[in-house]
Design a protein around this ligand. Structure first.
Ligand code: DOR
Ligand code: ZN
Length: 361
């Protein structure tokens, strides 16, 4: 499994089969109820573990709620699956430092998720002013618990394509200075500025990168008409930002790792007067990452990005089983039935260049 060495000898284009350590998804929305039951198998078939976002209604703000949600996920796993959900705590201005620490010490949650109020789906209980959660962040810093940040400014006067860079400049920089030991993940990074601030603080900061932000730019949202299924937050940016994300992902640098942000919404919520933000990329995530690494001539570093950098940041062991990917065209189906409705799959109806093979011990 020394993939660097293997490619050194063979040349990447000769590679038709790639076996890597089993990856993890460091950012996913599994939802609840029927939706969770429908989408979960796409995560468990690819990933050994996943960091589960807490933006349910109501949000997961207590240790008890996180335990109960974790139990529902465990009960919904497909037969024989050993998938481990890693839970998160939704930070509000009322969150107590003791509750956060209790859940962390008891191994219920691995991190807190920080949503600026109004930034995205179910973020109305989020934070209006970072100073208000100072004591909680201080405690997290002390106990080594990471904060996972949805890094977008929410002032409606800020142009939507500038929301990440504005947040970095006006909020994140200050937070980084104020909490010098806090472990931070800039979730679903989308900009040159995001990549840069993560690199500057790489000893204790990281970013997740989604498959869709590696293949879409803001023009893709309007290709031939308005594409609701490409709308997510943060919204895809200009092409040079996408190129910077691709370079970061394939660089092998430990501060960049896989996080799909797979976020399913029913068709009625996407094809609505006001379309919900979120892309259901779970079913084609690993295939898309493999394709991007292949296009960038960097398949030898897919394992670092997908399977090693995340565990190392979170202080968890890497997985010992493996997954095999094949350079073999595979037609992805368009949608997933959920109750009487359906969820459109990202890249549904497309021929994918890579397909997923076996998982082995
Ligand atoms: O596009 C998004 N969808 N971005 C988020 O931050 C949340 C997510 C969701 O929950 O639907
Ligand atoms: Zn998300």
């Amino acid at each position: 499994m020394n993939t660097e060495k293997m490619f050194g000898q063979l040349g990447a284009s000769a590679v038709t089969t790639l076996t890597i350590r089993r990856p993890d998804d460091w950012h996913v929305h599994l939802r609840d109820g029927d939706m969770m039951k429908a989408v979960l198998p796409f995560t468990t078939s690819q990933f050994a573990r996943a960091v589960v976002m807490p933006n349910l209604t109501p949000p997961i703000t207590t240790v008890a709620a996180a335990r109960a949600y974790r139990d529902r996920i465990l009960a919904a796993r497909p037969e024989g699956s050993d998938f481990t959900p890693l839970m998160t705590c939704y930070l509000t201005e009322e969150t107590s430092a003791d509750e956060v620490e209790t859940g962390f010490q008891e191994g219920v949650w691995v991190a807190c998720k920080l949503y600026p109020v109004g930034a995205t789906t179910n973020s109305s209980h989020g934070v209006t002013d970072l100073a208000r959660i100072g004591p909680v962040l201080e405690r997290m810093e002390r106990i080594g618990m990471p904060v996972l940040i949805h890094g977008e400014a929410t002032d409606p006067a800020v142009d939507i394509f500038d929301r990440e860079s504005f947040f970095i400049e006006n909020s994140l920089q200050r937070l980084i200075k104020r909490h010098q030991g806090l472990k931070i993940v800039l979730e679903h990074v989308t900009t040159v500025e995001g990549v840069a601030i993560v690199r500057e603080n790489a000893t204790r900061m990281a970013a997740t990168i989604t498959p869709h932000h590696l293949v879409l730019n803001r023009t893709s949202l309007f290709q031939g008409g308005l594409r609701p299924n490409f709308y997510c937050l943060p919204v895809a940016k200009r092409e040079h930002h996408r190129q910077a994300l691709r370079r970061a992902a394939v660089s092998g640098e430990p501060c960049f790792f896989l996080g799909t942000d797979s976020a399913p919404h029913l068709r009625e919520a996407k094809q609505a007067e006001c379309c919900s933000a979120g892309i259901f990329c779970g079913p084609t995530a690993l295939q898309t990452y493999a394709q991007v690494f292949d296009e960038e001539d960097s398949l030898c570093r897919l394992e670092s990005f997908a399977s090693c950098n995340g565990p190392s940041f979170y202080g968890l062991p890497v997985n010992h089983d493996t997954i095999t990917l094949h350079r073999r065209r595979d037609l992805s189906d368009r949608s997933l039935q959920v109750g009487r409705s359906e969820v459109a799959k990202f890249r549904g109806g497309e021929w994918l260049a890579w397909s997923i093979g076996e998982v082995s011990e």
